[in-house]
Design a protein around this ligand. Sequence first.
Ligand code: CP
Ligand code: NVA
Length: 293
Amino acid sequence: MKKDFLSLADLSKEELLELLEVAATQRLRVTSQILKNRHLALYFEKPSLRTKASFETGIGELSGTFSYFSATDAGKLGERESAEDLARTMNGYFAAIIARVHDHIALEKFAAASDIPVINALSDREHPCQVLADLLTIRGELGRLDNFKLAFLGDGNNVALSLALAAEILGFEFMLAGPAKYQLKFDQIKQSENINEVLANADVVYTDSWTSMGDEAKADEREATFRPFQLNADALKKAKPSAIVMHCLPAHRGEEITNEVIDSKQSIVFEQAANRLPAQKALLIKLFSQAKI
Ligand code: CP
Ligand code: NVA
């Protein structure tokens, strides 16, 4: 495995499948000593509940300790000092850095200047830790990680990109329905403004907030533009009757998803949230099992 986990594309297919095998064992909340005497940093420029809580719990279950830097302590990478100077400084104290940042490019610079592992806990480009948990959830629900179709409704943002990269690695079908202006900027991804076409035959229907952290200034315009792509009961009927509903959370009920859908039997959003813990424990285990660290 590479030193850092900044993108889903940092993993080969073999590494991803192995990591998910380990994650499946971690659902039993097993503890280990793998992080004993290791102190990790959580450097979070943006708010978080699930990512923060699951990393902190996971580090504890692996016998490690951590320091948490909130937006007030952390500031934006490169703002108070350069990303590189910050990385070199933090390397003096920590065994790994888990970072939630505004600017993915700054995160890449930070990781390049760091000798210790850097984990992307969400950037403006990707949310790879989320998608590890999503794949673990899909594996549990469908019993497979290929031969299925995932329909994503809404914003072609960080979560959508990490899912699309996962599809490329594992070979499942990914399609995004959203306004052309907010689609992913990658030619090889199947995208459409036709929600029916995207939902047809879908095994998994996924959505995310219309206004991500950092995009708040355009919330009103986004709300109007994304409205036709809401995951509501009518939309869900266009997918397979057995389709599962996923959302990374936090959900904005009545916007990207309705109460009826998120509270339906098809929804597995809280299993998905719970799976953040085993997925991230597996990531830490894989990163710290490597001899060079
Ligand atoms: N899904 C997710 O990353 O949630 P938080 O923003 O609460 O961490
Ligand atoms: N796309 C959302 C995901 C939140 C977990 C955001 O970046 O705010």
